[in-house]
Design a binder for this molecule. Structure first.
Ligand SMILES: [Zn+2]
Ligand SMILES: [Zn+2]
Length: 378
């Protein structure tokens, strides 16, 4: 091979490798069989097929029944030229395209979907930005999602794919419901990433900050980022995200209920009762940082992130929607009077929508939430 050609290939390969992403489908479901339906020709290991079939585990291999019998084989490769729907008992029915590589892992199916990067980003943006409507807010979301995805491509590197389809990596429900706006935003920002000092930024985002974003290190005890600081979200008294429905929230906890939850979470002992709840430490963004539950015997300190997750898992994620709350004590209850929704770190999605409606462009929106960063095409 001529040296010049070799050099050209070396330059092209890394970029080309990132053009397709391998997503593990139904990563939270353990299933030994799925149904596959198609609306056009599909090629299975080089043979054409269309219609409906069942794919199942046979020992350590997989097989396909129905009109097109295939396997058992170690890996079934299904190339979808139109669309294919995967479904089954206890599984949501979802549409996919691209290449499906199906193998067996410990008696269950392992389905990996290889999809081109930009359509995948459009799919992710559809799910993440479903509340938004302005095109500039969609573009900000597309750049944030693309940067997040590329930074996390090694999440499952030891398992033979890039990302899973659950919120562990990035929620992906197929390409059946990709919105026109998400597709347009991905296309308009194709290849653009958010950089901080030459490196892709950690583009965390959340639904509603409540007027001020949270400092990263007060939410997660990881190493902080200079651009994940607490940002005031708009002019005094008029935050950009104030247009969000349910900007404010209020939740009442009777002490009997709080006692039950606090016992289940292990904050207090079985014979203790929660008799008061208050904030004993506030963070720099105005959010609660440490809470104190008083029982008949002692005060118990609970970090607010633990409270948020502990209550969320047991009473639902709507009960305590953010750490941005104050507590009002009643006779036999406490009232949490809160603002916002989500962890508060990075971009406020409803704030991005508010800024877009005020005429800001997506580059300005991203700079506002991630100070010191810039949008660049890679
Ligand atoms: Zn994952
Ligand atoms: Zn906000």
């Amino acid at each position: 091979m001529k040296p010049l050609l070799l050099l050209l290939l070396l330059q092209v390969l890394p970029a080309a490798a990132a053009e397709t992403v391998d997503i593990r489908l139904f990563s939270l479901h353990k299933k030994s069989a799925v149904y596959l339906e198609t609306d056009g020709p599909v090629s299975v290991d080089g043979r054409r097929f269309s219609g409906r079939t069942r794919i199942s585990v046979r020992g350590s291999q997989v097989a396909m029944d129905g009109d097109l019998k295939a396997g058992p084989v170690k890996a079934l490769k299904v190339l979808v030229s139109g669309h294919a729907w995967l479904s089954g008992p206890g599984l949501p029915r979802r549409r996919y395209s691209g290449l499906l590589t199906i193998t067996a892992k410990e008696r269950f199916l392992k389905i990996i979907n290889s999809v081109p990067l930009e359509p995948y980003i459009a799919g992710v943006v559809t799910g993440e930005a479903s509340d938004l409507s302005h095109p500039e807010a969609y573009k900000a979301q597309a750049v944030a999602a693309r940067t997040y995805i590329l930074k996390h491509l090694r999440n499952h590197s030891g398992e033979g794919y890039h990302l899973c389809d659950s919120t562990h990596c990035q929620l992906y429900t197929g390409d059946g419901h990709v919105s026109h706006k998400a597709r347009a935003a991905a296309e308009a920002t194709r290849g653009e990433l958010l950089y901080y000092k030459g490196k892709p930024a950690a583009t965390y985002y959340h639904s509603i900050c409540g007027g001020r974003t949270a400092l990263m290190t007060s939410v997660w005890p990881y190493e902080g980022k200079p651009y994940l600081v607490s940002v005031k979200d708009g002019p005094p008294g008029r935050p950009y995200c104030a247009i969000a429905p349910r900007f404010y929230w209020k939740t009442k906890f009777y002490y009997t209920g709080l006692t039950r939850l606090a016992r289940q979470a292990g904050w207090i002992l079985r014979d203790e009762e929660a008799r008061s709840l208050r904030v004993v430490r506030w963070g720099v963004s105005g959010r609660a940082e440490t809470l104190e539950i008083r029982t008949q015997r002692r005060p118990v300190l609970v970090p607010v992130t633990e409270f948020y997750h502990g209550i969320g898992r047991r009473a639902g994620w709507q009960a305590v929607r953010s750490a941005y709350f104050s507590i009002v004590a009643g006779k036999d209850y406490v009232l949490l009077d809160g603002k916002g929704n989500g962890h508060g770190v990075g971009m406020c999605q409803w704030g991005a929508e508010g800024m877009a409606r005020k005429g800001f462009k997506y580059q300005d929106i991203l700079k506002h939430y991630y100070p010191g960063t810039e949008v660049k095409r890679d």
